[in-house]
Design a protein around this ligand. Structure first.
Ligand SMILES: *[C@@H]1O[C@H](CO)[C@@H](O)[C@H](O)[C@H]1NC(C)=O
Length: 174
């Protein structure tokens, strides 16, 4: 039998313990996601440099969706400027208002992730989803739905799905 110095054993036990608490089978994340197929495709198609642990997947998802949010704000401003009637203008203005909040929430997510306040991260991720739904469906039930034929619905859908992934990964980190 090989005799390790006890300090090595303690070190190994600590490492094993640390990893054991963070390792969640990524398949679990896929299954819990609102859209398992999207989730698995999204996380699996990450760049090679991003490792598969939850902290890295979380960070990657946050940076990715932040870029999408920034792009979407620009798109909404552009579409708003091109509005041809009052319905269209109302709709893009409403979405613009909600995206003001979404920009705030994604910055909060970044900050709270750094400090490990995962309950706040989850709350902010859920708020992103709520605000996207309000952008699409209006602020009160019965609001007429605007049939948007631009690229915006596709972007909103991606942001919603990734916000959901962030919320789920965060549950396993807390
Ligand atoms: C989202 O952002 C990523 C990263 O910048 C970009 O590659 C991707 O095309 C964007 N996709 C959508 C639908 O917003």
């Amino acid at each position: 039998m090989i005799h390790f110095p006890s300090v090595t054993i303690v070190f190994l036990l600590c490492v094993t313990f640390l990893y054991a608490t963070k390792i969640v089978d990524v398949e679990t994340i896929f299954k819990e996601a609102e859209e398992p197929l999207f989730c698995s495709t999204f996380l699996k198609s990450r760049p090679h440099g991003v490792s598969g642990d939850l902290v890295s997947l979380d960070k990657y998802s946050i940076e990715y969706v932040h870029a999408n949010i920034t792009y979407t704000v620009d798109l909404i401003k552009k579409l708003n400027a091109q509005s041809r009637d009052i319905n269209e203008e109302d709709y893009y203005c409403r979405c613009w208002t909600h995206f003001d909040l979404i920009v705030y929430y994604i910055v909060e997510i970044q900050e709270k992730t750094k400090t490990g306040d995962y309950t706040d991260v989850q709350w902010n991720a859920d708020s992103i989803i709520t605000n996207i739904n309000n952008c699409i469906y209006g602020d009160s039930p019965g609001d007429p739905i605007f049939h948007d034929t631009s690229l915006l619905p596709k972007y909103l859908d991606v942001i919603k799905k990734i916000a959901n992934i962030i919320a789920i990964v965060t549950i396993h980190l807390s």
